[in-house]
Design a protein around this ligand. Structure first.
Ligand SMILES: Cc1ncc(COP(=O)(O)O)c(C=O)c1O
Length: 387
């Protein structure tokens, strides 16, 4: 969803750009030079990138790229969206850069020089939209602000203003079932490392319509060989998700759903975008401590709701603690927990079947408790959206 767009949408206007593509040996080199009649864009200078590919028959060829006006770019962005290139239903986007909300997916762009794009200097969070309510919005907002302070991003608005912007964006979207995602960024301004030359922090939010909850079907997981992020970075929800992406890709290449990360002491940590929990043979629900991993809002809610299973005797207890790989693989049940999966049973970890290799009753009961909580939980976890 990132595109080249000047700060506040003005910068490309009045600028001249030239672009050339040429083949050099087996590399394709793309050069883009910007210059501005007004001056301020001169700092962009020129960009050059290259990728390896088979050289075409005629070498040293130069391709002329069209020079597009902002309205032609808009037309092409709309055509791109209408081509079905995205498989998501984007309902609305708020951007502090433009100071408003759009419901046109073609306009849901952020500036290319935003430090969240080219340095990963941003943090984000989510909240599910269920029956016209935002589920655990305040719990996610708390984590969002905690991540922001760890990433040295001082929000451009106070908490209650950001909360209102989020609720209003969902209201404008008219979306009653789906997901709200939001970001705080060091902001646009240049391509340097620190945000000292940036013009201000940026706040973005997107509403995506999703019709149904994820199914509680079982899955296979593998031990990730991609190293997990060190504690300082794994406890914040920053936009640096490359290790998470590579871990998930590695798992999929091995025919599994996700990779399980182990911490440096070999204890079970988490998945790339979900927490992990186990039910021991003694029917105790155990989750790894949150000190080296992301403190999952869903996992914390599961811990609270699981008391009901202790009360009715289905569980003997609930606790946070270290889990070794051996203990995990011998568990009666293993499950993944997060906003994206709710509660998903794990049937196999590497070559080891978990329990009898079938979806277990506790994972199903916890899934049902969260699904029920999303639909009719207390006001502390359900914020109504005034449409
Ligand atoms: C690394 C990581 N761990 C755990 C979670 C689960 O958190 P939540 O339940 O708040 O979605 C996520 C969610 O995106 C995540 O990215």
């Amino acid at each position: 969803m990132a595109s080249i767009q000047g700060f506040r949408g003005h910068a490309i206007v009045g600028a001249r750009s030239t672009a050339a593509i040429r083949f050099q040996g087996s590399s394709l080199r793309v050069g883009i030079a910007f210059s501005s009649v007004e001056g301020p864009l001169n700092k962009f200078g020129s960009l050059e990138c290259s990728c390896r590919m088979e050289p075409p028959q005629a070498c040293n060829s130069t391709v002329a790229l069209p020079l597009l006006s902002i309205s032609e770019v808009t037309e092409r962005l709309r055509a791109f969206h209408e081509s079905g290139a995205r498989n998501q239903d984007y309902m609305a986007m708020y951007s502090s850069i433009v100071g408003g909300v759009t419901t046109d997916p073609a306009a849901m762009v952020i500036p290319m020089d935003d430090h969240m794009v080219h340095r990963g200097h941003g943090i984000f969070d989510t909240a599910a939209i269920m029956d016209g309510h935002l589920y655990e919005l305040d719990q996610h907002l708390d984590r969002f602000l905690h991540s922001a302070s760890m990433a040295k991003i001082d929000p451009p608005f106070d908490r209650s203003t950001m909360r209102s912007i989020l609720i209003e964006t969902v209201s404008i979207s008219k979306c009653t079932h789906g997901s709200l995602r939001y970001w705080l960024s060091a902001g646009p301004g240049d391509f340097q490392l620190t945000p000292s030359g940036c013009t201000g922090l940026a706040f973005y939010a997107v509403v995506i319509r999703v019709h149904s909850l994820p199914s509680p079907s079982g899955c296979k997981v593998v031990t990730s060989t991609i190293p997990m992020k060190p504690q300082q970075f794994s406890i914040m929800k920053s936009t640096n998700y490359l290790p998470n992406v590579l871990s998930k890709m590695e798992a999929e290449e091995k025919g599994a759903y996700i990779g399980i990360w182990l911490d440096e002491e070999g204890f079970v940590a988490e998945g790339p975008n979900m927490n992990v929990a186990f039910v021991s043979k003694q029917k105790e629900l155990i989750m790894p401590n949150f000190d080296k991993i992301l403190s999952g809002c869903t996992a914390k809610r599961v811990l609270a709701l699981a008391d009901r299973l202790v009360a009715d005797g289905r569980l003997t207890g609930v606790r946070l603690g270290n889990v070794t790989v051996e203990e995990g693989k011998k568990a009666e049940e293993m499950m993944l927990i997060g906003s994206g999966v709710i509660v998903k049973p794990v049937l196999q970890w590497d070559d080891q079947l978990i329990g009898d290799g079938k979806e277990g009753p506790i994972a199903q009961a916890l899934y049902d408790l969260i699904a029920e909580d999303m639909k009719s939980g207390p006001t502390a976890v359900r914020v109504p959206v005034p449409y």
